[in-house]
Design a protein around this ligand. Structure first.
Ligand code: FES
Length: 169
């Protein structure tokens, strides 16, 4: 991913405090912990490329919530990565319309033939599940970095993975 920086506690604390201040300015003190949680997580992922586990205790202390609360939110949303992503991110749609058109078959193929499992990175490629990309009529759909792909099948998936494993970002 381009534009990301290595983890640092000071950068994380800056993000947390900026989002807390913004939530407080908008909502006042009531419920500020809950309202700031998602903006902070997005800020961390934008900055570091994922949500480092070291950020969890910092967030819990700043938001006055438990570490389990923070982990629960991170694991609920599939878009938050738990480790640094590869150079390329493939978001495969697993929602109903794409399922009906074969996305489960593509997911099984990626796992069996490329060791690509949702939420993990193999080589330069990170695979994530997403639930609707707004391209339902042309599924199975995937977002590959910033490009929307439609009508994936196993052959197209093979070519895609081969290209991404070799391609620079
Ligand atoms: S269900 Fe896959 S794009 Fe909508």
């Amino acid at each position: 991913m381009s534009g990301v920086v290595p983890w640092s506690t000071s950068a994380a604390l800056e993000i947390i405090s900026a989002e807390l201040a913004s939530a407080r300015a908008f909502y006042g003190d009531d419920g500020v912990g809950a309202t700031a949680m998602l903006p902070i997580l997005h800020g961390l992922q934008r900055t570091f490329g994922y949500v480092p586990s070291d950020a969890v205790p910092l967030m819990a202390a700043s938001l006055n919530v438990s570490k389990a609360d923070v982990r629960g939110v991170i694991s609920f949303y599939h878009d938050f990565l738990h480790e640094a992503p590869g150079r390329h991110v493939v978001k495969l749609c697993r929602a109903e319309a794409c399922q009906a058109n074969g996305s489960e078959r593509i997911a099984a193929h990626l796992a069996a033939h490329h060791a690509l499992h949702p939420g993990t990175t193999t080589g330069h490629v990170t695979l994530q599940n997403v639930y609707c990309l707004g391209n339902c009529a042309l599924g199975p759909a995937a977002l590959v970095d910033d490009d929307l792909l439609a009508g994936l099948d196993e052959r197209a998936a093979d070519l895609l993975v081969a290209r991404l494993q070799q391609a620079p970002k």
